[in-house]
Design a protein around this ligand. Sequence first.
Ligand code: NAD
Length: 361
Amino acid sequence: MKGYRIAVLPGDGIGPEIVREAVKVLGVVAERTGVRFDLHEGLVGGGAYDRFGTPLPDETMQLALASDAVLLGAVGGPKWESLDYSVRPERGLLGLRSGLGLYANLRPVVVFEDLIDASPLKPDVVRGIDLMIVRELLGDAYFGKPRGVRIENGRRIGINTMVYTEEEIRRIAKTAFDLAQTRRKKLLSVDKANVLEMTELWRDVVTEVGRDYPEVELRHMYVDNCAMQLIRNPGQFDVIVTTNMFGDILSDEASMLTGSLGMLPSASLGAKTAMYEPSHGSAPDIAGKGVANPLATILSVAMMFRHSFDRTAEADQVEKAVRMVLKEGFRTEDIRQAGAVIVGTAEMGDLVVERLRAFPA
Ligand code: NAD
């Protein structure tokens, strides 16, 4: 039976608490399937800085590169906020993303029926939402040159450059079409092709790639309209693919449709090793109290099964177990509802594991 090597990087704040619960889930799936998961822990973020003077020690990067997948908790906290930018905990994350060549960030936005009241929008607007934002991660104004602030003719001028090569667009478009093919076969590409030439190329290349996917329905939308439609009628979307900057903004907007930050997983895919992490941060305000919601991290493990190990059945089972626990009325503090049973981080993890164990083999 094939085994997988997983780099486990708990990080800072609530990171170690939530990752512990996700590791329990890996354990029970291993028991049930006979698949071997070799877990290797590493340091990243503030903890790594304290020990080695860098948020991404070489040893951690090597561990990630030699693994089939990376499971990350979260990094950062007030203790490290006054450090120089070059050694801040978040630099560790950026280093991992570029070191692993992670060009596609996948953020699913799923509204669980039992948590529908947590959404700031009306239940009728968000009921049944199940969309996926695919954000390009390695290009656009975030990396384009020239960049910077300089003095010209005696006044300050700030410059950033939006840039994509056609290969970069083709690669992310393929990822998005492949995903759409496994879902409801609808892909929306978001650009600003009425104003920005760079996104005119984006639109052309996505359309070209689409010719290889005749069964996927492709639509294009300007980013301003998409921002509006995400609030007006989010149920129309299946997979949305977009540039780094538009994706940065739209994925945060879309995540708020659910109203529950502790429930949102994410995946970043590249050529080989992918990275899985919750969408939220290290929540220093509740770290060490045993109350953090581990479900986003557990759902990130489900994404790992689906996208890195091609084990859809196990991914479905983990997601189903999470739904069952919610349906039975168990909640962590952040998703508290009237009449619910409030449980801590470890208890929530145990509940998911118990449900998983109870499924027929
Ligand atoms: P945050 O996501 O850590 O927390 C925002 C709020 O949501 C807090 O009140 C927190 O208690 C709550 N929350 C978040 N996750 C939760 C969970 N699983 N269960 C229960 N409640 C949860 O964002 P922030 O406060 O802006 O940032 C805190 C630190 O995290 C900062 O140092 C920031 O740089 C870092 N950060 C890291 C990542 C990452 O590692 N990917 C992402 C965002 C922020």
